[in-house]
Design a protein. Structure first.
Length: 247
């Protein structure tokens, strides 16, 4: 890739970050080329997900169904289906497609289940979960992101996805217990409230650790006790409280 092209991409990314979600998710007035997006989704699923070992049919179907470009800021929308995270404003990112698929797969969801997501972000992971589970409850601590995600999800018809603005560390106790919990930001330890809100036999997938030394882990509740296994090293934004302090 040329230096000029690299600079152009960096300029787009920096502009998107500075503008924030209220403007970078602006409506595209140009004609929508659905065939182009459909083709890019097929390639994403084939080469970024299936080829890397994820074969769960519901995950592949969901990743093919959800229009990722609708959850990506307009100014970086042309990169929506690339194998990388992208900025969504407020210093946050939308995870790379493979990580979204991996975390969804390890939850082993079905339509009878209720899921809690911590870290709504753009709403993309919540939409994928909405394709696989019965009800999805998603929490976002940054109000602008939460409101934007709620609108996009509503516009796309995800009536089974419910977004709440609040501190995800505390979970959503009035809707507990949950058959599955997914956390898309990294605390330094697994929050106790989330463990308590996990149903018997439930699964919790979460990145844990300080920046630069995070591990994606899967927890299972078996006879009231938590079993834990490591999956892969990862890099996520930190989990923070309402004052921006890391957990």
């Amino acid at each position: 890739m040329s230096t000029r092209k690299n600079r152009a991409i960096l300029t787009v990314l920096l502009t998107a970050i500075l503008l924030g979600p209220s403007s970078i998710f602006a409506t595209d007035k140009a004609p929508v080329d659905n065939r182009r997006w459909e083709s890019q989704r097929k390639q994403m699923v084939a080469f970024q997900i299936r080829a890397r070992g994820i074969r769960h049919p519901d995950v592949l179907r969901a990743m093919h169904s959800v229009p990722r470009h609708r959850f990506v800021p307009y100014r970086v929308r042309q990169m929506a289906y690339q194998d990388s995270p992208l900025p969504i404003g407020e210093g946050q990112t939308i995870s790379q497609p493979y990580i979204v698929a991996l975390m969804s797969a390890v939850l082993e969801l079905d339509r009878s289940q209720k899921v809690l997501e911590i870290g709504t972000g753009s709403g993309y992971q919540a939409a994928v979960l909405g394709e696989m589970a019965g009800q999805v409850y998603s929490m976002e601590i940054i109000p602008t992101l939460g409101r934007t995600a709620k609108k996009v999800l509503r516009d796309l018809g995800y009536d089974n996805v419910h977004v709440r603005i609040g501190d995800g560390y505390q979970g959503w106790p009035e809707k507990a217990p949950f058959d599955a919990i997914i956390v898309t930001c990294a605390p330094t330890h697994v929050p106790r409230p989330l463990q308590d809100q996990l149903a018997e036999g439930g699964r919790l997938v979460i990145p844990v650790g300080p920046a630069g030394n995070q591990e994606l882990v899967l927890l299972k509740k078996v006879k009231g006790k938590i079993q834990q296994q490591k999956i892969i090293p990862v890099r996520f934004v930190p989990m923070v409280d309402i004052k921006g302090r890391t957990y």
